[in-house]
Design a protein around this ligand. Structure first.
Ligand SMILES: Cc1cc2nc3c(=O)[nH]c(=O)nc-3n(C[C@H](O)[C@H](O)[C@H](O)COP(=O)(O)OP(=O)(O)OC[C@H]3O[C@@H](n4cnc5c(N)ncnc54)[C@H](O)[C@@H]3O)c2cc1C
Length: 420
């Protein structure tokens, strides 16, 4: 079997420097995280609710909304969105996800929608300063998590409308969002190629919230089931339009007929996920950095046996490794974000590499931080235990760590790693 991958570092036209404007925006977001997010983090973690006052404050200063989205998209380096997410999630991951959650919906609309749909729906994901809106992006179902191709939520054409039935679970902002982007199957026999994304507005008959999930971490972010019972939407709510969907399905049927249909496919939902992975990774970097900084400060001030505990090599070397691992994770996230902006294909699954590394680093670093704080690391008065609870999700959502490894293995082996 031919060896599909080679070891030399790929030559990529990348920059690892934020623009001057990017630095200013990052510092402004950091300031918001220090002043507004951090002081509120413990309270909203306990309340386990969407922090509406903080979303309103973020909208008021321009950190939540279409304007901020445009600022991040205008950044030519592709690094700004990663840098902004690192700062937000350094502030607090639950509140960060409440602020960032709507971006998942708008990214789905941006990736698939026609220009008219983008202009129509993306602003509705954020609302206005006076009336803040939320967006939700719903793929996962009770029987379809990692195996996205098997999702069962069904969309059927009925006259001029589409009618959608199904049940989604674990949806960020699910049931409370003003705009739900729901991925459904139009032709289950085609797997990913039969999937389509629909915009469903709040108040549409048949759309409701099912059970609300109570979580280990990210508790300031709302997560719930979304129930779809005979939800009727106009044909215009099919993202990308009917012609494009029909064309894609016709090509897939032809591949199925000739025996060349790849079950794994590459739906727009999967492409959206791959591009968002370095950004999700940057969130994990933010959590890890928060825990590392706290632990470093603690180790320099906590005295045992008559000297600061950082003078013990076991503690100092752990902190050195924490610092190095965070930098390594950030570099992978920035590489993939930069490639995504330049439109370069992720031939070695660089998006998955970034998210996998960052998620594992966040888990390891927050675990080490608890140990460095000793008993205080375990006490809820201090934030380190919360950062550890928050970090865990980064080996689960947007593709579990096993699925990221599977994606990377498939890329480097040219598909030879897949069971046939
Ligand atoms: C807080 C939170 C927020 C979320 N937000 C959203 C959201 O906004 N929108 C949305 O659509 N979803 C969302 N999710 C869902 C999330 O993306 C899924 O939980 C995740 O994709 C895993 O799916 P699953 O839970 O069904 O696990 P499963 O797919 O059942 O996996 C269970 C275990 O089996 C392993 N596994 C499965 N298949 C393989 C394989 N082929 N090889 C090796 N191991 C395998 C997995 O890695 C995992 O360890 C959210 C989840 C949580 C907890």
């Amino acid at each position: 079997m031919a060896r599909p991958d080679t070891l030399p570092a790929p030559a990529l036209p990348l920059t690892l420097a934020l623009s001057d404007e990017g630095v200013a925006v990052r510092d402004w977001v950091h300031d918001f995280a220090v002043r507004v997010i951090r002081p509120a983090a413990a309270e909203w973690d306990e309340r386990e609710e969407t922090p509406w006052p903080i979303l309103q404050e973020a909208a008021k200063v321009g950190l939540y909304g279409v304007e901020m989205l445009q600022t991040m998209h205008a950044d030519q380096t592709g690094l700004l969105m990663a840098a902004v997410n690192e700062e937000l999630f350094w502030g607090d991951a639950g509140i960060g996800l409440s602020i960032f959650g709507s971006h998942l919906a708008s990214a789905g609309i941006f990736a698939t929608g026609t220009p008219e749909q983008v202009l129509r729906w993306i602003p509705r994901c954020y609302g206005t300063v006076d009336e803040v809106h939320l967006g939700a992006y719903a793929i996962t179902e009770p029987d379809s998590g990692s195996d996205v191709g098997s999702l069962r939520t069904r969309a059927r054409r009925d006259g001029d409308d589409w009618v959608i039935d199904g049940r989604k679970c674990f949806i960020t902002n699910g049931g409370i969002a003003d705009v739900h982007v729901v991925v459904a199957t139009v032709d289950p026999a085609l797997g990913h190629a039969g999937h389509a994304s629909f915009v469903i507005e709040k108040g549409t008959p048949g759309l409701s919230m099912g059970d609300r999930h109570h979580k280990l971490g990210l508790r300031a972010s709302h997560t719930a089931e979304v129930v779809l019972e005979g939800v009727r939407v106009p044909a215009d709510n099919l993202l990308g339009g009917e012609e494009r969907l029909e064309g894609r399905m016709a090509r897939a049927r032809e591949r199925a007929r000739t025996g060349t249909l790849d079950e794994r496919g590459s739906s727009s939902a999967l492409r959206t996920l791959e591009l968002s992975r370095p950004i999700v990774g940057a969130q994990a970097v933010g959590i890890a950095r928060a825990a590392y900084e706290y632990a470093l400060d603690y180790a320099m001030n906590r005295v045992q046996f008559g000297r600061p505990i950082i003078t013990n090599q076991g503690i100092a070397f752990t902190l050195a490794d924490m610092c190095m691992e965070i930098d390594a994770a950030r570099l992978l996230c920035w590489r993939a974000a930069s490639m995504g902006r330049a439109g370069l294909p992720f031939t070695r699954a660089e998006g998955s590499m970034a998210k996998l590394k960052a998620g594992e680093v966040a888990n390891w670093v927050t675990d080490q931080a608890i140990s460095i704080l000793g008993g205080w690391g375990y006490i809820r008065d201090l934030p380190v235990q919360r950062w550890h609870r928050d970090a865990k999700i980064y080996t689960i959502f947007e593709g579990t760590r096993e699925i990221q490894r599977r994606v990377i293995a498939r890329a480097i082996s040219g598909g030879a790693s897949e069971p046939r």
